[in-house]
Write a protein of this length. Structure first.
Length: 196
């Protein structure tokens, strides 16, 4: 208990704000609310700095991507709701996507290992590229984004804990439960227009 108090005192208030905004993002995404995107942008701006400081460089670069895709998602989800049903992709499409993600991550991880002081170059690259693809799936309302997120976020719990980002690691534990809820909610609306 004596060691817990100094650890709690060392937690970043900015990380706490980013966590709250990130939970808001996911809760709103589960409801398919367009307001998930601005919450995500705000959280992302904070995480960009936090991840850079933790030497998770691809995670930091990923935040720049998130800002751009969130702006696009905001526009995409602002269109008339009937044009944006939840869809499902065949397993083959996901297999091809996974092969592409692994190839990009391998190349990117090698570059990070050779030219930076990245803490976890290959893992960082794999999570970053998988997250890029999966965020695109969210914006396109592809049901299986939730499966991808579950695997990614489970890995992130260990990654962030290893870098001392304890609130963020805890956030990703919470995310795992929220992902299950998101999958169920989106499965119910599969192929149907998003309710107003």
């Amino acid at each position: 208990m004596a060691a817990l108090l100094p650890a709690l005192a060392a937690l970043s208030p900015w990380e706490a704000v980013a966590v709250v905004l990130a939970i808001a993002y996911l809760a709103l995404a589960i409801r398919q609310s367009v307001w998930c995107w601005p919450a995500g942008i705000a959280s992302t701006l904070i995480y960009l700095v936090l991840f850079w400081q933790a030497r998770l460089y691809m995670e930091a670069v990923l935040q720049v991507f998130y800002i751009g895709i969130s702006a696009w998602g905001w526009v995409e989800w602002s269109r008339p709701r009937a044009q944006r049903p939840v869809v499902s992709w065949p397993l083959r499409a996901h297999g091809l996507a996974l092969a592409g993600v692994v190839a990009l991550a391998g190349l990117n991880g090698a570059l990070l290992q050779s030219f930076t002081s990245a803490a976890l170059p290959y893992v960082d690259a794999l999570v970053a590229w998988a997250s890029v693809f999966t965020t695109w799936l969210v914006a396109r309302r592809v049901l299986e984004n939730w499966h991808w997120w579950f695997v990614i976020d489970a890995a992130c719990v260990a990654i962030y804990a290893s870098r001392g980002l304890w609130l963020t690691a805890a956030l990703f534990v919470v995310y795992l439960g929220m992902i299950v809820a998101g999958l169920r909610a989106w499965r119910r609306s599969l192929g149907a227009a998003v309710p107003a």
